[in-house]
Design a protein around this ligand. Structure first.
Ligand code: FES
Length: 120
């Protein structure tokens, strides 16, 4: 009888990682499923500084974050609604995005975002 080869269970962990970097340099690595947003990762893991007051509706700008440079090219350009809200964030800068508008995919695995010291 041939040996039994273990098969990978279909529910194996396919989650992706997002690292949040606080203004003091503290890092928090979170896991998120493909299709969930960076806001989901922050709220599910209690990341300080990512508020998400509107629940991801792109109407509050309290989920502002700075996407690290190597990952920016993998993001689609901001939707006009996101661009409008980014005008209200505290200290917009290179890589400024709204966490609720960043949907995770395999190419964003390992994403690093910095959390601003203040939200709008
Ligand atoms: S959660 Fe309100 S704009 Fe992102």
């Amino acid at each position: 009888m041939p040996p039994t080869i273990p098969t990978q269970h279909p529910s194996h962990d396919e989650r992706l990682s997002v690292t949040f970097v606080q203004p003091d340099g503290t890092r928090q690595v979170c896991r998120v499923r493909p299709g969930e947003t960076v806001l989901d990762a922050a709220l599910d893991n209690g990341v300080p500084g990512i508020v998400g007051q509107c629940g991801g509706g792109c109407t509050c700008a309290t989920c502002h974050c700075y996407v690290a440079e190597p990952f920016r090219r993998h993001l689609p350009p901001p939707h006009p609604d996101e661009m409008d809200m980014l005008a209200y964030v505290w200290r917009p800068g290179p890589g400024s995005r709204l966490a609720c508008q960043i949907r995770m995919s395999a190419e964003l695995d390992g994403l690093i975002v910095a959390v601003p010291a203040l939200q709008a």
